[in-house]
Design a protein around this ligand. Sequence first.
Ligand code: SF4
Ligand code: SF4
Length: 339
Amino acid sequence: MNDGLEVKKEVSWSKQIRLLVNKKCNYNCSFPGSCREWCHKDGVRTGKMDRIPKVTVEDFLFFADAVRIPFGIEKVKVGAMEPLLYPGIFDLISGLKKIGYKEVSMTTNGYFLQKNLDKLEKTGLDTLTVSMHAFNKEAYRSITRIDGFDMVKNAVEEATKRKFTKVKVNRVLLKVDDLWGDLMRFFDWAVANKVRVKLYKLIWSPEMDSKKYFDNYVSWKGLMVFLRKNGKLKGIDSFTIAGRQRFLWELNNGLEIETDVFGHKLGEEMSSICRKCSLAQYCQEGLLSYGIEVNPDLVVSPCLLRDDVNLDLYSLIKERDGERLRSKLSQYIDKIANR
Ligand code: SF4
Ligand code: SF4
């Protein structure tokens, strides 16, 4: 695939950390028109019982500081269930900037965004990503079970006028009425507001109702003709351990759209852990798909479907033992990367 491709990068894993800071969300994202949830509950499902002493902002900052230079990491993504429900969110983001991270991003459902924009702007946050899985009130409410579409859309528009370097909107594609029309209106709004779009396929996990998953699954690849006719593929980032590729498209009207491809789970280039894994036939993400992901219990969780490949760093972080933490993490990544 090469239609005027400008950048093609391949690395073993995405050199970023992802900090999942809490286990709470005010939404219950579900299949449209049903009460069956599809949310993967990042950081909850793979978590331990709540830890004592509690995990603090300083713990996350210690970890981020300890790994940044030795592992060559420049980006940090802050997520959660909903990070704006985490009381330490502003201290965490400003602390990450002070440590020296070049890009700090945060992903939110946007419900509490409007009233927190001033504080977020002051933290030095670089990239703000807001999830909107539909672009009309009814479908948005049918998925989130919250009447928040207008408020979230207005907050995103306001955010584009602030000092953030980038504002992005994430959308997991689901079968809503008039999906094509909804996407076209979404794209028009995004280009008018200089928002970058990220489209995801819904990833299966064992908690999901299989029929609902099948009935609602939509691939962004259905848009391939539209994307090629109206723009070009500008870049591809490949992460070989995960078998993940991130495509960046640019439409002729200037809209940038990111899409993800996961694959090659059983190929020779995959980690031996994946090649021997009994869940590989169901697995759509790979190991370390989003870099080093640390959940709210300070456990590194590199796989969406398996907890037995996690690495618990709670004690080393609490003891502020940076040297042992780096050594353990380095051995762990070597083991995961082993083919
Ligand atoms: S907003 Fe995000 S974390 Fe909250 S329920 Fe929806 S998908 Fe899950
Ligand atoms: S479930 Fe986890 S270990 Fe198994 S193939 Fe997928 S990423 Fe690899």
